[in-house]
Design a protein around this ligand. Structure first.
Ligand SMILES: [Zn+2]
Length: 133
């Protein structure tokens, strides 16, 4: 503890208070951070043609070299993150967040260009799809 700054000690002390007296869980912390930090820095940049192949953070399909993509940069859990998405996957994510703003998604596990409602049911631009997720 001697190497810690006073500020770091204060953070640890507050953290101990939260977990022991107020019952905070890591899950709650994540929601807290997503609500305040991600929204405080989040930027999307369209790319006309990627210079190399990228993983799409929405779907399992790769974004091939030379294809259009969206580059996302954001801060989560105090650290800078960046990823790429197919343009239609970015649209799908926005549609999903519109109907279920607090949702989070697992990377690479949605269908390309498909949105999901609060029940996890897929839809495209307002039309429900058959067959579930
Ligand atoms: Zn995609």
């Amino acid at each position: 503890m001697n190497n810690l700054t006073q500020a770091a000690r204060d953070v640890l002390s507050e953290r101990q208070h939260q977990t022991e007296q107020e019952g905070w869980t890591p899950e709650r912390d994540d929601r807290h951070i997503i609500g305040e930090v991600v929204m405080s820095f989040y930027r999307e940049t369209p790319i006309k043609a990627t210079r190399k192949t990228h993983d799409c953070s929405w779907c399992p399909e790769p974004i091939d070299m030379g294809q259009p993509a969206a580059y996302r940069a954001y801060v989560i859990d105090g650290s800078f993150q960046a990823d790429h998405m197919h343009p239609e996957c970015l649209d799908a994510m926005h549609r999903s967040l519109k109907v279920f703003p607090d949702d989070t998604f697992d990377p690479n596990s949605q269908k390309r260009g498909v949105s999901y409602d609060e029940y996890g049911d897929p839809f495209i631009a307002g039309e429900a799809l058959e067959g579930g997720k």
